[in-house]
Write a protein that binds this ligand. Structure first.
Ligand code: PLP
Length: 396
């Protein structure tokens, strides 16, 4: 077809009903605006420093050793074994690598495959809000009806009564993300106990995104939901190597679930993508064996950056919420007199030269607090953060 002969809007009718119900990712859009305006990108959560030589060398070695064809659809044996071993070491969990692990193209695909495998159109899925923006479109893709439960600033705790009220006979699953993006909240034992109790009472699946498990501060401990009594079979744990090993572009994630649920997830995964990159799975398997010092250094590295940004942003006039985990800071924009976070974020990217994510992209329509925050990400070199702070000082 001659593209020049057709006005663009004529072709919009070909968008499916589902495709029409969500917009492109605001986070990725902000990354593009950052590039267009040469702004420092504190929007999208990817490191601007190199991954460790060891993981890169493992990938090169795997390619040279000819791990270049399709791997088993649910993941190479080496990676599944390494995931099981790491979970035993870190959390004393017994996971059968043959039946309970599905390696996916990032946790992003892991989440979509899981929801497609377990949710029927019309089922209700509880989502804490603010939420990692993919969960909204993910729910639409599988036809779920999202039920949002507010995480209330400044601690981003939920109100127990509000959570209890969200559960009903129609609830199929609840999505939890701990440590949490964008809030930095780490769900504590008492909160997880209540979630577990409600899941058991209403026979609900818990889908838990734990990709920031190793990015957690001040001696706070990550508690995998699947370790709680009665939760092993009904928890589906989504994880990834993107954040822990600073390789967001490799697209290697994984889902841990009961053998029965894994069967459905593996089918979805197979027909969505066939499989994740074979040589990178070998390198991921190698990285999973890194010594404890690797993870300790990761925490030190990000703690330092978190404390630097909290101090500097406060001095500029942002009211920041201190994250206990992940690598983002939610900052209240009230003191700058902007009513709308999107306008403020555009102004920051275009005029100040720093790209952030407007907080509203983590909320559904009409939510309280929707326009109150912007999100800074600090998984960057110190020099990048210092340069961003210098630009932001204009706001004083
Ligand atoms: N889940 C959360 C909470 C995230 O913050 C991100 C990325 O920022 C993802 C999932 C995507 O991870 P992956 O690179 O494994 O697809």
């Amino acid at each position: 077809m001659n593209h020049n002969s057709q006005p663009t809007q004529d072709l919009r009718k070909y968008a499916s009903e589902k495709a029409s119900r969500f917009t492109e990712s605001v986070i990725r859009e902000m990354s593009r605006i950052a590039t267009a305006h040469k702004a420092i990108n504190l929007a999208q959560g990817f490191p601007d420093f190199p991954a460790s030589d060891e993981i890169k060398e493992a990938a090169v070695k795997a390619i040279l050793e000819n791990h270049n064809q399709y791997a088993i659809t649910w993941g190479t044996k080496s990676l599944r074994d390494a995931i099981a071993k790491k979970n035993k070491r870190d959390y004393n969990l017994d996971i059968d690598p043959e039946k309970q692990i599905t390696v996916c193209c990032g946790s992003t695909e892991g989440m979509v495959a899981t929801l497609l495998a377990t949710i029927n159109p019309g089922d209700e899925v509880i989502i804490f809000q603010p939420f990692y923006e993919n969960y909204g479109p993910d729910a639409i893709l599988c036809g779920a009806t999202p039920k949002y439960v507010q995480l209330h600033p400044p601690t981003f705790s939920f109100n127990q009564e509000e959570l209890i009220a969200a559960f009903s006979e129609r609830t199929r699953a609840i999505i939890i993300n701990t440590p949490n993006n964008p809030t930095g909240k780490v769900f504590n034992r008492e909160e997880l106990d209540l979630i577990a109790k409600l899941c058991i009472q209403y026979d609900v699946l818990a889908i838990t995104d734990e990709i920031y498990e190793h990015i957690i501060y001040d001696e706070i401990k990550h508690i995998p939901l699947s370790t709680l009594p009665g939760m092993a079979d009904r928890t589906i744990t989504i994880n990834s190597i993107s954040k822990t090993y600073s390789v967001t572009g490799w697209r290697i994630g994984y889902v841990i679930a009961s053998p029965e649920i894994s069967q459905s997830i593996r089918k979805m995964h197979d027909f969505l993508t066939v499989g994740a990159a074979a040589p990178l799975q070998e390198a991921a398997a190698h990285a999973m064996g890194f010594a404890a010092t690797y993870y300790e250094k990761l925490v030190d590295f990000y703690s330092h950056r978190r404390d630097f940004m909290l101090k500097e942003l406060a001095a500029i006039g942002f009211e920041c919420i201190r994250p206990d985990g992940a690598y983002y800071i939610m900052a209240d924009i009230a003191s700058f007199g902007w009513k709308n976070d999107i306008d403020f974020a555009r102004y920051l990217a275009e005029k100040v030269g720093v790209a952030v994510v407007p907080g509203s992209s983590f909320y559904q329509e009409n939510a309280n607090d929707k326009h109150r925050f912007i999100r800074f990400c600090f998984c960057k070199q110190l020099a990048t953060l210092e340069a961003a702070v210098e630009r932001l000082q204009k706001l004083r």
